[in-house]
Design a binder for this molecule. Structure first.
Ligand SMILES: Nc1nc2c(ncn2[C@@H]2O[C@H](COP(=O)(O)OP(=O)(O)OP(=O)(O)O)[C@@H](O)[C@H]2O)c(=O)[nH]1
Ligand SMILES: [Mg+2]
Length: 456
């Protein structure tokens, strides 16, 4: 378990509802003084005791006994609360002014302002949840799509953690087996000992891959993908951005070279967040300094993209200038989009080339197919139930575990020393314990929880 980064003896307080006006606003207290402070706010400690998890309608009073608000008070005694400590929630009206007065009153009575994520951090330190589950709560709050929320819930409910924990205990079993061979000779153990270990390591690697897959899908869901609209001037890049974003974001005119700056729109493609970039039309013969800078930025954006939609004008057909742009691209992450098909009888098609799709940004023809194609190109929308909301640190730890298992297996193959095999297995297990926060996370806790919201 981690060393306590904070004084758990403190009582902390924060406004738990979002900033701004709302129907209800909540001030949350956690720590040993929560009950006393809340009872003082509600007019005295001598009144009838509150039953745990029962709602009471009370007046919330200020320092001079003046009424600040009235609302519901709820008491969750330790250890059966979110943080594992005594928790009290004061649920008043959602007025930012009143909520601040209430918070100040709690602080005047001895509470301390909670840091971002401190409630969740306490829940973790008090073993109410493991680190991956605490992180999943933050992911759920920040989810931008239903698919992201679903992935976060799966992790929050412990599916990810239990997959990691059972993999870790299987690794520890293999470690015990490997350590046994340190104490006994090959004859004592029987000749098949190495073969058994080899098979165990292979199974463990497969098990690691099975966890890595839904984690990668989850990471893709939360990081999204960057897709760039590129092409000659006037082919309809800005029109397509507007059509896909369903709003008039970019200026569209018949004048070539309209777009200079890069424009960004966040869209959801099949539940996958995509950052769509509209860029300046690419061509070589311009003396215009502004346009030159726009083109330089377009090229930089294309380099950083996971996918490029190279637009071409269906009426003009494939021009040498289009070919020149295509030649400078990685065709494995590019699709040719024939735009303006509303102006032609039949859309052109290049014989041997990367994927091609025909659309009309003006009429909307083909946009659905384009989105499906894009989703598939970016790895496809994750299947329901097969995604964990995973962070880079989780992926890194799982990859480290996988690498250590591979290294262990190589040692076995080359009859390397058993001590080194045991060491590889220990490294693999250690990498996994960082995921759930069992050990080795003290120095990163501050970094993890500081990204949470205040009051969570
Ligand atoms: N008929 C038709 N016209 C289109 C379509 N898409 C774009 N246009 C027209 O083509 C012209 C150029 O469109 P833009 O979207 O500004 O083209 P762009 O590629 O962003 O141009 P630059 O920013 O100059 O590089 C405008 O007059 C659009 O109305 C389409 O699908 N069909
Ligand atoms: Mg444009």
């Amino acid at each position: 378990m981690t060393g306590n980064r904070y004084q758990l003896g403190d009582t902390i307080a924060a406004i738990a509802t979002p900033a701004g006006e709302g129907g209800v606003g909540i001030v949350r207290l956690s720590g040993p003084q929560s009950l006393v402070i809340a009872r003082d706010i509600c007019g005295g400690r001598s009144a009838t005791p509150w039953r745990p998890r029962h709602a009471y309608l009370r007046r919330f009073l200020g320092y001079h006994g003046q009424v600040l608000d009235h609302g519901i008070v709820l008491y969750f005694p330790a250890p059966n609360s979110f943080t594992g400590e005594d928790v009290v929630e004061l649920q008043g009206h959602g007025s930012p002014v009143v909520l601040h007065l209430l918070l100040q009153r709690a602080i005047g009575l001895g509470a301390r302002l909670a840091r971002p994520g401190e409630f969740s951090e306490r829940a973790f330190l008090n073993r109410r949840m493991d680190l991956a589950q605490a992180e999943a709560i933050a992911d759920l709050i920040h989810a931008r799509s239903e698919a992201q929320a679903r992935a976060a819930i799966a992790s929050m409910e412990g599916q990810f953690s239990s997959a990691v924990t059972s993999l870790r205990s299987a690794i520890l079993q293999a470690l015990a087996l490997a350590e046994a061979s340190l104490d006994f000779s090959e004859e004592d153990l029987g000749g098949s000992h190495r073969e058994i270990l080899h098979q165990a390591l292979q199974a463990l690697r497969l098990q690691t891959e099975e966890i890595l897959r839904p984690c990668r899908a989850g990471a893709r869901l939360s990081h999204g993908a960057r897709v760039v609209l590129a092409g000659r001037p006037n082919v309809g890049k800005s029109s397509l951005l507007n059509a896909l974003a369903q709003r008039e974001s970019a200026i569209v005119t018949p004048v070539p070279g309209t777009t200079r700056d890069i424009l960004r729109e966040e869209i959801l493609v099949d539940g996958l967040p995509v950052e769509l970039l509209d860029t300046a039309g690419l061509h070589d013969d311009t003396d215009d300094l502004v346009e030159q800078e726009g083109i330089r930025r377009s090229r930089a954006a294309m380099e950083s993209a996971q996918w490029i939609l190279l637009l071409a004008d269906a009426r003009a057909g494939w021009l040498p200038a289009d070919q020149e742009i295509l030649a400078g691209l990685d065709s494995r992450r590019c699709t040719i989009v024939w735009n303006k098909v509303d102006l032609v009888e039949q859309s052109p098609c290049l014989s041997s080339c990367c994927a091609q799709i025909s659309v009309s940004a003006r009429t909307g023809h083909g946009l659905e197919q384009l989105e499906q194609h894009l989703s598939a190109s970016l790895g496809g929308a994750p299947q329901e139930g097969s995604v964990f909301s995973a962070r880079t640190r989780h992926l890194q730890a799982l990859q480290e575990c996988h690498d250590a298992l591979l290294a262990g297996d190589r040692l076995l193959e080359h009859s390397g020393p058993e001590e080194l095999l045991a060491q590889s297995l220990r490294e693999a297990a250690h990498a996994l314990s960082r995921v759930t926060g069992e050990m080795g996370v003290e120095e990163i806790l501050g970094e993890i929880f500081s990204r949470f919201c205040i009051g969570k």
